[in-house]
Design a binder for this molecule. Sequence first.
Ligand code: NAP
Length: 309
Amino acid sequence: MSQIYDIIVIGGGPAGLSAGLYGSRSKLNVLIIEKEKFGGQVTTTDELENYPGSIENCTGATLAARMKQQADEFGTNFIKDIVVDLDFSKDIKIVKGKNDEYQGKAVIIATGAKPRLGKFKNENELRGKGVSYCATCDADFFEGLDVAVVGGGDSAITEAIYLTKFAESVTVIHRRDSLRAAGSLQEKAFNNPKIKFIWDSTVVEAKGDEILEALVLKNVKTEELSELEVNGVFVFVGLDPITEVLSGHIELDPKGYIPTNTEMETNIEGVYAAGDVRVKTLRQVVTATADGAIAAVTAEEYINEKFNK
Ligand code: NAP
């Protein structure tokens, strides 16, 4: 752990990659630590129609790969490691990974968010055997079959539309009688003959011995139970922040998100947050990349002031 980076970015999704680009372009020595896959959640999105400029079949994976390449070309360092502990008590911050320890003058937390579980009976037992959280990863297993999607937000409706390219039918199960998803997505879904809706309902159980065979649904208004035969269920009931390792090191809100000001500063000097992990109203790739850019510029100003006087 000899070298001291200017900025350590934890998380290699759009917010982290944008921070890497902006930091490296300012000639700072930036390290991005990623635990899984550079690109983050967006790599699991097939069609990305609301990131400005992402036209003509731009998939989430393509866009993320371009973001990484761009940061790379400006000299960003990348490493795969799982952050297990932090020490923000001194001017030089320490990020402890499973494989190594890293030192930085500033830290940008861009760990993002992960899919929330549906919390129904047998969800875990049938995970990977019909229960999925990623349509782009698993849709082709359901070619010509019947699937359900749980949720009514942007993710659920985007993925329901995507699933119609593979499945015979897609039934969206939503706990209310109106969708949260953007109007244009709703319109596409309502006009798609393969998509059906079951309103005011939640999934209480997944049934099947080896693989999923049916879902037990509960109507939240009448409490009536019913069964829906499906081969697959895709759960998109929102996200939770990835901040477990940060607990005790930085202020978190009651839901686990990181409060920041508009400059992406957290309650710890020299530590910034960007993207889905911070408290904000619009969690999109476009706001994540903007956050990353702002965090890197704020960090640069801090480093100049604190270390280069
Ligand atoms: P979300 O916007 O929080 O929507 C979650 C959906 O799941 C809501 O419809 C919610 O119902 C439902 N839900 C929550 N808890 C539930 C439970 N326990 N049982 C059943 N249903 C439950 O989450 P998201 O769709 O994953 O989106 C996350 C963020 O990413 C959002 O900011 C979204 O805009 C963004 N995103 C954007 C795009 C895009 O722009 N193309 C694509 C994907 C995601 P209620 O409506 O009743 O609360």
